[in-house]
Design a protein around this ligand. Structure first.
Ligand code: HEM
Length: 298
């Protein structure tokens, strides 16, 4: 964007010097053509890319990073956490394999998210070596994410498929707006957990693909796609998709942490030892609890 203004300033100076003031000289199209935004590439993404990168993404990331926790802080102060009895039976819900895969994804994200944000706000952090190291950590921890995301997708694919409970769950926002212990319509996973799963896995695959494209900028595009898109537009599209999905992933990751660490007291233990409190399953996953009862497992 800065370069655009430099070109406009140069055009203004030249029009003063050479005495012409035709409005065509000032048109955005001319400036864009000089910058080459619209010359190559079939998608003409140049202008969208520039405006999104220079004006919108940073404030949006800032808004999500501080806005989402602020909403949860208000929720915590007004409604507070759900607390379930620890005196009843415990139900084994996550196998050791589930927990190891999840732990790898967790470690990957703890590295990927802060380093991604540092790259987004690189100028605030002074750029240079520090941001370059973060870029490398971001790329290396993606390898950890790749290792976890394939088994996570396969191990939870079936219980994450949509069910009629999901609409009912969304209508009452999962019962999180009050502290009553009314049974919430949900199977092994509720609609909120399913959204997170699909975003983290399918969205995760897209994040990986677009991230790899940006990391290796100089690859042979024709191996991947036909010549219908130029290399520069492919990279612009990758950056836009990566950032839009990144916003959603950041928002749901913060939600996931709030739900598992703060909103449901003790929920984090289920991902450590595999067991959930029976009352928690009975209330928050009432359809699953019914199934377990029918099978005599609860
Ligand atoms: C690093 C911090 C993380 C913590 C503390 C955490 C915690 C938890 C906990 C406690 C559960 C069980 C929730 C329940 O059923 O009551 C869970 C489930 C799950 N986690 Fe995480 N998690 C983290 C990172 C991640 C990451 C990075 C991913 C995906 C890439 C992920 C994906 C899932 C999924 C799909 C489930 C099952 C559905 C759900 O409960 O949302 N988690 N996590």
């Amino acid at each position: 964007m800065k370069s655009k203004y430099i070109i406009i300033a140069l055009l203004a100076l030249s029009s003063l010097a050479f005495g012409y003031s035709d409005s065509v000289v000032w048109s955005d199209n001319l400036v864009d053509n000089i910058l080459g935004y619209d010359k190559e590439g079939s998608l003409h993404l140049g202008q969208y890319f520039t405006i999104l990168q220079s004006t919108y993404f940073k404030p949006l990331f800032f808004g999500v990073l501080f806005g989402v926790p602020a909403i949860f802080l208000i929720h915590y102060l007004i409604i507070g956490p759900m607390i379930f009895s620890h005196d009843r039976k415990k139900i084994y819900v996550f196998t050791l394999f589930n927990r190891i895969v999840h732990a790898i994804a967790g470690i990957a994200f703890i590295l990927i998210i802060p380093t991604g944000l540092i790259m987004m706000f690189a100028t605030t952090f002074g750029g240079g070596e520090f941001v370059r190291i973060c870029k490398d950590i971001h790329a290396i921890s993606t390898l950890l994410f790749i290792v976890s995301i394939v088994p996570m997708f396969l191990m939870w694919l079936r219980p994450m498929l949509p069910s009629s409970d999901d609409i009912k769950w969304m209508m009452i926002l999962g019962g999180y707006l009050n502290k009553r212990k009314d049974p919430v319509p949900a199977g092994r996973f509720n609609a909120g957990q399913k959204m997170w799963f699909w975003l983290a896995t399918l969205g995760g695959f897209l994040m990986i693909g677009t991230g790899v494209a940006m990391y290796f900028q100089d690859f042979r595009l024709d191996i991947l796609v036909s010549n219908s898109i130029s290399q520069i537009d492919f990279l612009r599209a990758s950056a836009i998709i990566h950032n839009v999905l990144g916003l959603a992933v950041l928002a749901l990751f913060l939600t996931h942490i709030y739900m598992s660490v703060f909103a449901i007291k003790g929920a984090i233990h289920s991902m450590i030892n595999g067991y959930k409190e029976e009352e928690e399953v009975e209330i928050l996953h009432s359809s699953y609890y019914k199934e377990l009862k029918e099978k005599g497992e609860a």
